[in-house]
Ligand binder design. Structure first.
Ligand code: PMM
Length: 263
């Protein structure tokens, strides 16, 4: 079964968990729950990257995430910090995080690559074309798979140049980042182009708006989680190394069914 990265958003404005985990204690408890349900990695984020959202700044991001990272890492969980800021990544690594998940692939703050190079952390490089506030302005592709792969190669080169060990790099096609619903589906359909690069590939579809386009405009969180679980199965089939999801239990069950099917 592929890796399940469970999302622990410590933001008051996240579209997907409605700000339920703003309090560190609640977020820590949520992280423990996701791990007990099958998440091998807990991804802690302090700034929403939903389309149109505004940045909160490093200080607030640290205030939200650091206590949660430190606590879960101390308890022995494998923790990832979801940030594009070098300073936040550095502090989270000091607090015990083992993955740096940069949706901007080092484009927002290139120092983050050096921070990872100076550590033993794994690095997720996401496909990104600009800040959340106006990301749809860049949603223009002639051949999305070829362009995403080409741009990710550029980020890999930057990471290698900064001294990051090749074996520690994970690629993410950045579903929902500077991509319309149709472009997200096309990218997923051609995921093998990213897998063929030879790196581990992480896919994040969880509760994203384009899933509603498939299952119905008014899709509730439960229906988006079911749709997410289906994409988790398809991602495994397409050769992904891991999926980043909010509802770990439904994805775990779906992947277990796939394992039985394939056994
Ligand atoms: N999507 C979000 C946040 N972080 N990280 C990775 N690696 N891949 C993603 O697709 C991704 C991410 C979107 O926001 P959410 O945390 O509210 O789901």
């Amino acid at each position: 079964m592929i890796e399940i990265m469970g999302v622990v958003n410590v933001t008051p404005d996240s579209f997907s968990d409605g700000g339920e985990h703003t309090d560190a204690e609640t977020a820590v408890a949520h992280g423990r729950l996701l791990a007990s349900q099958g998440a091998g990695i807990l991804d802690i984020g302090g700034e929403s990257t939903r389309p149109g959202s505004q940045p909160v700044g490093a200080e607030e991001e640290l205030r939200r995430t650091l206590p949660v990272v430190a606590r879960l890492a101390d308890e022995g969980y494998v923790v990832s910090i979801d940030t594009y800021r070098a300073e936040v990544a550095a502090r989270a690594l000091d607090a015990g995080a083992r993955y740096v998940n940069d949706v901007a692939g080092g484009l927002a703050d290139s120092d983050i690559l050096r921070v990872v190079a100076d550590s033993e952390a794994e690095l997720v490089l996401g496909h990104w074309r600009g800040p959340s506030a106006d990301m749809y302005a860049a949603a223009s592709y002639e051949d999305i798979a070829r362009e995403v792969v080409g741009e990710l190669r550029g980020r890999v080169d930057a990471a290698l140049a900064a001294g990051v060990d090749e074996a520690r790099i994970i690629l993410d096609p950045g579903i929902g980042f500077a991509k319309t619903a149709e472009q997200n589906w096309r990218m997923l359909h051609e995921l093998d182009a990213v897998v063929d690069e030879g790196f581990r590939v992480l896919v994040g579809t969880s509760r994203k708006g384009f899933l509603s386009d498939a299952v119905g405009e008014d899709a509730s969180r439960e229906r988006r989680d079911l749709a997410t679980a289906v994409t988790s199965v398809l991602a495994q089939r397409a050769g992904a190394w891991g999926v980043r999801v909010h509802d770990v239990a439904s994805t775990r069950d779906a992947l277990a069914v796939l394992d039985s099917w394939d056994a």
